[in-house]
Design a protein around this ligand. Structure first.
Ligand SMILES: [Zn+2]
Ligand SMILES: [Zn+2]
Length: 340
């Protein structure tokens, strides 16, 4: 089958690799309907994460089950499914407590690869959610977004306790940040302040439900946000970047007693204990337990109440994955979808 494989920083090639095969009785193999490139794929692409040997890329997926192992009972061949970017058993104590992304048996799909025609899904029973039927073609981007960026933005908003009467600030205008805006709107937030300086992203943030836009970054962004919130800061802040600057901006943007949901994959962030101590904020985040939210998100998409697939502003065939990576790396695209 064809798959996008990273050979070295900046060197993505679409090439033939072996078709996935059922190994464990709990595995499934799916044929992808569409694939996509994630902001977190850019970390190894940029050489920030080290690489030992060629690596099949991708971790988001929607598709049709082709084959299941002998222990799989929740899904069957022919069913359309969506799953999280973390495969999880669904039965361990951590899964049952709502944190499948830290399942004691978890497998990060990035280690398996899904920018390909087919993908192996470990722990199929715990991981995959069958759709109510065959999705209309225009719902495919929305369902694909649910696999990671929507679920991650949603968790960011839930972790930040976005809800009625609350002012929510979102740091980061990538797909996750924009979908955290959508999530905050769905969760009933009163005011949603998106921090973005890029025109197409600001427009999408407003479309998703942002009420205010702040274009300043870092401490200037914090000052502007405080100005908008009577000097207090936001009740809820979603951090959707993962850098030192964005984490600091998020914590400093929250009011005492406020909540910060941090879902940007952290790279070399160090926090001052003293600053944390005096900030009096709640911090909650990490790899989003997307599987927990999937049934609800699929339902909202199926009923056409949300349209998260709007974050895909570049659609190219899988063979043009190198251009999809370049466009995202250069911030020419918010998120690229790969058609199959
Ligand atoms: Zn992702
Ligand atoms: Zn588990």
């Amino acid at each position: 089958m064809r798959a996008a494989v990273l050979h070295a920083p900046g060197d993505i090639r679409v090439e033939e690799i072996a078709d996935p095969k059922i190994i464990a009785p709990t595995d499934a193999v799916i044929r992808l309907t569409a694939a996509c490139v994630c902001g977190s794929d850019l970390w190894p692409y940029r050489g920030v994460e080290s690489l030992d040997g060629p690596m099949p890329m991708g971790h988001e997926y929607v598709g049709v089950v082709e084959e299941v192992g002998s222990d799989v009972t929740n899904v069957q061949p022919g069913q359309y499914v969506v799953g999280s970017f973390v495969a999880s058993c669904g039965t361990c104590e951590i899964c049952r407590s709502g944190y499948p992304s830290s399942c004691v048996h978890r497998v990060f799909m990035a280690q398996v690869g899904t920018q390909s025609e087919r993908a192996l899904i470990p722990h199929a029973d715990g991981t995959l959610v069958p759709l109510p039927g065959t999705p209309d073609a225009d719902l495919v981007p929305d369902l694909l977004a649910a696999s990671d960026v929507l679920g991650t933005g949603w968790f960011g908003a839930v972790a930040a306790e976005a809800g009625p009467g609350r002012t929510v600030a979102v740091v980061g205008d990538g797909a996750v940040g924009l979908l955290a805006v959508l999530a905050a709107r769905q969760l009933g937030a009163e005011r949603i302040i998106a921090m973005s300086r890029h025109e197409p992203r600001r427009r999408l943030a407003l479309e998703f439900g942002a009420t205010d836009i702040v274009s300043e970054r870092g401490d200037e962004g914090v000052a502007k946000l405080k100005e908008l919130t009577g000097g207090l800061g936001a009740h809820s802040v979603v951090e959707a970047v993962g850098t030192q600057e964005s984490m600091q901006q998020a914590i400093r943007s929250a009011r005492p007693g406020g909540h910060v949901g941090f879902v940007g994959v952290n790279h070399d962030v160090t926090l001052s204990g003293e600053e944390l101590f005096f900030s009096q904020v709640h911090l909650h985040g990490g790899p989003a337990p997307v599987r927990r939210f999937l049934p609800e998100l699929i339902d909202l998409i199926w009923q056409r109440k949300i349209n998260p697939g709007k974050v895909f502003d570049l659609v190219v065939p899988l063979d043009e994955a190198p251009e999809a990576y370049r466009a995202m790396d250069e911030r020419r695209a918010i998120k690229a979808m790969l058609t199959l």
